[in-house]
Ligand binder design. Structure first.
Ligand code: LHQ
Length: 258
């Protein structure tokens, strides 16, 4: 249901339930959570790429399985706290960059999964469907947090209340995602980008994620103090010292990720 592979320092996580548009049933959610944890702990992975097999990125919660839980009186069956929250927090807390290659539709929690990633690259035919309202639900998987930080509260409110499909070009236009490429170039472009990040100063990237996440919820003075602390950590890395020496020697730095 979820594949894990390594290529040039990139952990590639592929949602692989194409017959159901990679909808997240219980086994797929367990496997996705495990894959995110594995990528975080994998010393050979210095960047992560998340994508979907087939024509969809991810159709969100599998409604077949969910309907069964509803009929049995189990409601959400604990899945938001057991699966969606750890996956989103796992990506945010990951000390390495995470790229989403959105190959097709990303709906509901699938949209949340994409927006949780640090860089989102989409195929030109892909789209984002805030499907929560369509099935009488409120947002989860971080969408209430990520979307308004990406596009502003007015647009986020409009998107979530109206629930209209947002095409990849429109998502790019409103600042929701980083890049749109022709469908045939998506896999190559996204892997190239992730491999470039994997060859970078991984520790500094982790600290950059920290700084951005902290500043998203703090005032300027606190953000400045946090930057001062994080910069101490960055300055203590071998990558920083090596890159400064390389600059002075007019050479290209070779980052080790430490
Ligand atoms: C699906 C699904 C799907 C099962 C397509 N499940 N089969 C959290 C906690 C707990 C509970 C609830 O939810 C959440 C968070 C959420 O994620 S809520 C949102 C759940 N997702 C949705 O409501 C999306 C439902 N799907 C759609 O709106 C459309 O299928 C999209 C926009 C994804 C794609 O549309 P089309 O390209 O027109 O494809 P299609 O509708 O023809 O779907 C193809 C097949 O995939 C079809 O099966 P079939 O056997 O007829 O070929 C669909 O039933 C199946 N599928 N999404 N979520």
């Amino acid at each position: 249901t979820v594949q894990y592979a390594l290529d040039r320092g990139v952990a590639i996580i592929t949602l692989d339930r194409p017959a159901a548009m990679n909808a997240l049933d219980d086994p797929t959610k367990d496997a996705l959570r495990a894959a995110v944890e594995r990528a975080a702990a994998d010393p050979a992975a210095r960047a992560v790429l998340i994508t979907g097999a087939g024509r969809a990125f991810c159709a969100g919660q599998d409604l077949q399985g969910h309907a069964g839980h509803l009929r049995d009186g189990r409601g959400l069956n604990g899945t938001v706290r057991e699966h969606y929250n750890p996956v989103v927090l796992g990506i945010a807390a990951m000390r390495k960059p995470v790229v989403a290659a959105v190959n097709g539709v990303a709906a509901g929690a699938g949209m949340g999964l994409a927006l949780a990633c640090d860089l989102v690259v989409a195929a030109d035919g892909a789209s984002f469907v805030p499907a929560f309202g369509g099935v009488g639900l409120a947002p989860d998987s971080g969408v209430s947090w990520t979307l308004q930080r990406l596009v502003g509260r007015a647009r986020a409110t409009e998107i979530l209340l109206l629930g209209e499909r947002i095409t990849a070009p429109r998502a790019l236009e409103i600042g929701m995602i980083a890049r749109v490429v022709p469908a045939g170039e998506l896999a190559g472009t996204a892997l190239e980008l992730a491999a470039r990040l994997a060859a970078g100063p991984t520790a500094a990237y982790g600290l950059t994620k920290d700084a951005l996440a902290f500043a998203a919820g703090s005032d300027l003075a606190a953000a400045l103090e946090r930057e001062a602390e994080l910069q101490e950590d960055a300055a203590a890395t071998a990558d920083h010292r090596g890159a400064v020496e390389a600059f002075l020697a007019k050479e290209r730095p070779a980052f080790q990720g430490r």
